[in-house]
Design a protein around this ligand. Sequence first.
Ligand code: ADP
Length: 645
Amino acid sequence: MAGLTFKHVYKVYPNGTKAVNDFNMTIEDKEFIVFVGPSGCGKSTTLRMVAGLEDISAGELTIGDLVVNDVEPKDRDIAMVFQNYALYPHMTVYDNIAFGLRLRKVPRDEKHRNGKMTRDEIHAKVTEAAEILGITEYLGKKPKEMSGGQRQRVSLGRAIVREPKVMLLDEPLSNLDAKLRTQMRAEISKLHKKLDTTFIYVTHDQVEAMTMGTRIVVMKNGYVQQIDTPKNLYNYPGNKFVAGFIGTPQMNFFTGVLKKQGENVIIRIDGSAAGITVPYSRMYKVKPSYLDGKTKVCIGLRAEDISIAGAAPSDGEARIKVKVSHKEELGNQTLIYGDINMDGDGYTENGTRVIIQADETEIGSGDVIDAVLNIDKIHLFDIDTEVSILPRLPEYNYFDCTVRAGKVILDGIKFDLPPAIGCGDGEYELLIPTDAVRVGGNIVAEVVETESVNGKCLASLVAGKTRLFAVTDDVIPCGKTGVSFDLKRIALVKDGNTVVAAMPEKISMDGFMSKKKIKAEITDESTGKTKTVNRIEFYLNICGAEFAAPDDISAKLISAMGVKKAFGGKLRFECTPYDLTFAESGIPATVKDIADYGAEKFAVCDIAGSEAYVYCDGGVSGNVYLQPDLAALSVIQADLDIRII
Ligand code: ADP
């Protein structure tokens, strides 16, 4: 039994295909994790890296406490079940299951003189596995005498007897018919509970993923899209791809605009005459620039969140006209297909087509009906990036504010801008990151509600008449509190132009790794003789300065890039403003200014033509040298954009 961690794991195939990009995840012991996504998204490659069947190009994979990048598959304590069963056709079911155990080495002792399991031990394990899987009566048969489902049970049996720390299953049910698939799904879930071990399961079938996984990893084009529980993926998809991939029938997507009018927001959907009014309180998390009535957004609603309207409209009901094109009777429910555009055909997925989930209904083709949208269940996405603009964890608080004499004035909140933020008097839009709101400080606020979201605490606060969100690692209790803002992270915007930007928190420097042959003298202690040997030393060249490369960094770079490319290949070194210190030697830089944020000061430096903010106590100026904290550096292979460290 073991958990796994993926740290910046990449897979680049020799032909240059980047199959997996920057995969990061912690899998807890005993979880049932499903990797799901369309064909070619990189899910099998990820699983095969866990199994050790594919090398890891960059990053670190840990099973239990052990980094397994260079551990042989047989030593990883995993078992894998494949789609095609991979059984030996000439062996009986019994022998197929027992095969691995007969080869397995065990510590030699009285009972195991040849370092192998005894016949009785193997027999006990095989019969127990057969019993768990209900294939006892087939133990004497050959695989060809069995059905697909039975064969897959045998390959599960073969995996179970190994008592692996992690069970890996690669589309194990794809070869089975629909009914058997459903049955085997339940059996595998049951098996997971019984074995109480970590399962990682790969499938392209979202229903399989939703019914089996404790958490699901949705992938697309080699990138993780979202990692969450089935319920959260369904209710809170982080982008349009996940929203469309999870759930049947597919979520309805419309194009439209949102306009803030007083305390309401009016939603207008392209192709429909209807204007839908929702209270602004439902849209607090949406960036105001989306609420200008002009910026196109993608509006998502699931079929079950649209219903056929009753005769009399009720208060606040969001009604929309739909021209029905056709129906799909599913027995217990009916899917009504139509178009909100009276000229639409109801068949093409064009931003106006709509699917409504209804009970038995008399409604027929050509009818024009009133449908009601359940606005509480609305999903909104950016039209280009497709990222949710109504996320569970909002990134920013957006306010209209006034700046007067270096003071920011909000409804009921006032605070001084630090010297680093020069900003003329006037009206601005103020952006405060939700994780830049800190508990403790002299702004009086009240925490009115908290919610736990993916391990973070989302707190809703009221300060004066201003509502704001804070996202923190620790739970904030409800009630009165003082708050403050990390002012180096705020931004002020006027007429769409950023007047004050957040302080850049990432420093990026170009460089490469080099090696030098050093002649060293070694003295043999027993003979007292001295001889000269060649030693190779590795160096990191960062913006023209040379640093001895720590062993773990040079080893990782060589392992990820290969010996040829590791030396001289373009690297990018990244760190934070806190990871560089002023020194007598090192990376040459010029201090252009000191940015004083009150509690902290930063030197605004020119490093090889790029601007970087470096933490300081204020007493620096002119030409300086910087020493990086090598242990804190991220190292990126620049041409492939792969984070190696
Ligand atoms: P999935 O399991 O999601 O269908 P894979 O992990 O099999 O996807 O593949 C991810 C990507 O890597 C695809 O573009 C595929 O063509 C490519 N790929 C897979 N195996 C190899 C290989 N051995 N050599 C080169 N490219 C590969």
